[in-house]
Design a protein. Sequence first.
Length: 470
Amino acid sequence: MADMLRVTTPLTGQEKTGQIRSNVPDHHTNINNVVNPNRVAKGDGKTLYNENQESRFSPNLRSNFDSFMQKLASMPSMSSETAKLFFSRYGSIVNSGMNEGIASEMAQYLEMMKVGDQELLALLKGMQGSAVKFTGSFFDILRNIMNGTSSSDVKNMILEFLRKYDAITANNHTLQNLIANLNNVADRMRKSSADELRALIEKLNARAAKGDIQGNLDIIKGDIIPLLSKYMAQTKDFGSVRDNISLFVLNLVRYESGSKEGFSDALNNLLSMPEVGSKVNNSMVADLVDGIFANMGADQARLLSDQLLNILTKGLNGQAGYQNTMVFENILQSALLNQSVYMPLLHMMLPADYNGRQMFSEIWVDPDNRDGNSVEGGNAVKLLVKFDIKEVGFFEMIMLVQDSKVDMQLFYPEALEPMRSQIKDNIFTIIERNDLKFRSYMAEKCEKPKPISEVFRKLYEGRNMINVTI
């Protein structure tokens, strides 16, 4: 008899036979519908931008530029993260008995920040000089020639000179990269070979003057490269050792191009061309050469950058406590993001202990602003300045300078609201002292820091360039 009252136990698999099923099609994201051009198939619930586990093999149409803009919008500024590290967490790191190394590094960094009026100006110029390499009247002439000539010989000669100039000015940095590559190789080699390689690394002159590369090249080509070749032939190690050797070779090519003789030949060949020699005078050449071979070892900006790099390295390794690792990671990512090929702005990080006030400032400069905010006239320079002053608060300033006239927007901490008129008087005094005049001025409390993309619409011009996806 049929089980009308469900008295007996139903057969297995028949529990839901009496239920009414809705006529709603199921959409499973783990089903790929077969493409048939002769009929319209139902959607499979997937999108090309879906990054779920089920669609991990779908093409990603987000471009590198889109990823850059997304990170730029979400990434905190380098100055705010640095201020957080030193203002808020410095005491806990110093008081921790397990972190004496990084605590001393941070204390040394704070000591190096102490500057007066003249030192602050020199520090700012040093930051600007290290951020922009190809500046000055000499390179302005080369740019005009490149834009105005159709001769491939002239362009190739200029490009060859620029390659030699870039290589010789980066001698010290490239050598440090070479040594770092070799140390990474030694860390991954067998002990006997690693000890032999480290002994050869010690022979390299890490303080060699710019252009004096022959001594180090003799050691690299005569001893280090044969050792690496022998090791690879014996072990057939195609893992991380080979990867670091490849990076070593790339840096070696750049280092070898930075000889003093090679740069001198490239410069003489460039000046022998009528298109260049007729427009360049001796003082321009002297300034160029002096700028290359000047002793930059004691430059405050470079020392500060190197010291901050040491702190970041130790912090990322957990020496400041793993609870602080994210702060160090944010500082590093912000620094790398501001050096992206998609960043058309000059970026500077200016830490200073000015008259007993610790300050971390970050500056973005567009030297050729052409957005809708600028009026007709000469060249317009636009700046965004963010600075955090200990025990005072966070400031933000947007300034447009054109034909000695200034448009300024200033955002100050809420605690300084009673001093609003005093701030305005002092700023007007500073502007007049520098032979400038205000076209417009606005000051109000800083509610929320502005993203860089909102201030510089020029960033979106990257969409019109060649773009790629990964």
